[in-house]
Ligand binder design. Structure first.
Ligand code: GLC
Length: 446
């Protein structure tokens, strides 16, 4: 099946005004489900979280010394692309600039760029070329905040927030000038690098449920409407996230798994969970909170079973490569995806209700049961009696026997019983397949 046919066949995942029968710029995104987030900047050298400038209240002058020592001799975006592909990811999103303000591209609007480090080459250009050459979709993350820019007003999230003269320091700062800088840099990024498929603006923190910050900034500070218009004008097909404090193309739960398909005002919307490997976005040497491979795979599955994507982050080291823990995670996910991608690509939530410890995804008449726990011999699937033509383990396409147990038979001593009417019972091998999460592929009768 072609990608479009898969997308058409996937059941109910979309915005009311999104018609999967017609072409939509969201098609690839909803189909592909899995992308790589890359947080890379000067904070990789601090190696203790990308917010270190903020957390440690580091002055601009002190922080700038990281630029002096930025020397990513192992930066190889073709290798990033290879690792993403092997993991089953189809798009990549790189931080062009994070809150620290350092620019990974050759911006003409500031000196605080990679061009003025010993590396001296446009990292964004090399990244875009390599990702595109690998056949992956190209995404940017761009920070709306900028703790380095002299016109960015100090607020309750700024590294200088606790200075006794913080407010006095704001005199002479001009947010309108910063806004111009922000828009100008977005113009550079969206006009100088060919087609950009995706942009993740980050973030707004003014008077919302989660932020109570003095001097908080949002839609007016960023000039969000204008920024959105610039974005769409320069890149008509681009997907834009929802962090400009105005609606975007998809919503972005961060570091949690939604418990149901996500909705806005009662309407199902495309969503993408962004998740870390260890709680930090930037490279963090001493953090050992690594999520095991099987948990990461379950997070991917869980999201797809609720119509969501997963954007999984790696923070490259200051030398530009992925550290062994990140490589191990991507490799492990890739092993699983190699055998099971067809329960992910083009799939979404099912209307059937799974039993405990099972997640369903569905693509057309194929229903995928992901077994988060391996039961003893029998898998009872409520509501599926008479609905399934054939069942197999997905990892090796080995047939699974099916039966419907007479609901009038009680479970007392010998023999199976006690299943509600409508239950389909599969017989599983005693030995669990040696994969992170076993999957049963069910062919539904039309
Ligand atoms: C945040 C953080 C951050 C990270 C991001 C990823 O809001 O500020 O450091 O880049 O979300 O979604």
């Amino acid at each position: 099946m072609s990608r479009r046919e898969w997308t058409r066949a996937a059941p109910g995942y979309v915005l009311e005004d999104y018609d999967p029968m017609t072409d939509s710029k969201l098609d690839w995104f909803i189909h592909d489900r899995f992308g790589l987030f890359i947080h890379w900047g000067l904070y990789a050298l601090g190696a203790r979280h990308e917010w270190l400038m903020n957390r440690e209240r580091i002055t601009t002058a002190d922080y700038e010394r990281y630029a002096t020592y930025f020397e990513p001799d192992l930066f190889d975006p073709a290798d990033w692309a290879r690792q993403a592909k092997r993991a089953g990811m189809t798009y990549v999103v790189l931080t062009t600039k994070h809150h620290e303000g350092f620019c990974l591209w050759d911006s003409k609007l500031t000196d605080y760029t990679v061009m003025n480090t010993s590396y001296g080459r446009d990292i964004v250009r090399e990244y875009v070329d390599a990702i595109r050459a690998a056949g992956l979709k190209v995404g940017f993350y761009h920070s709306l905040l900028d703790w380095h820019h002299p016109d960015f007003l100090i607020d309750g999230l700024h590294p200088r927030r606790d200075d006794p003269d913080a407010e006095a320091q704001n005199e002479g700062r001009d947010l309108a000038r910063y806004r111009e800088y922000l828009h100008g840099q977005v113009r550079e990024l969206l006009s100088g690098y060919g087609t950009i498929d995706y942009i993740f603006y980050d973030f707004s923190y003014e008077n919302d449920d989660h932020h109570d910050v003095w001097g908080g900034k949002g839609r007016d500070a960023w000039g969000s409407e204008e920024l959105m218009a610039i974005t769409r004008e320069l890149q008509p097909g681009i997907l834009v996230n929802d962090r400009l404090a105005i609606p975007g193309d998809f919503v972005t739960p961060e570091q949690y798994q939604p418990s149901a398909p996500m909705e806005v005002d009662g309407v199902r919307v495309p969503w993408e969970a962004c998740q870390t490997l260890n709680g930090s976005w930037g490279y963090y040497r001493d953090n050992h909170n690594d999520k095991p491979v099987d948990l990461l795979v379950r997070m991917l599955i869980d999201g797809v079973s609720k119509n969501g994507n997963l954007l999984l982050n790696v923070g490259p080291t200051g030398r530009g490569n992925f550290d062994p823990r990140a490589e191990h995670a991507l490799e492990g996910i890739g092993e699983w995806m190699h055998l099971h991608a067809r329960s992910i690509y083009g799939a979404g939530a099912s209307d059937f209700t799974p039993p405990v410890d099972v997640r369903y995804t569905q693509r057309g008449n194929r229903l995928y049961a992901h077994l988060f726990a391996w039961p003893f011999e029998h898998l009872h699937l409520p509501g599926l009696a008479g609905r399934v033509e054939y069942a197999q383990l997905l990892n090796d396409a080995s047939e699974l026997a099916m039966q419907v147990i007479d609901p009038s038979i009680r479970a007392l001593n010998t023999g199976l019983g006690g299943q509600p009417a409508g239950t389909l019972t599969l017989t599983l091998p005693i030995r669990r397949p040696e994969v992170a999460v076993p999957v049963v592929e069910l062919f539904l009768s039309e």
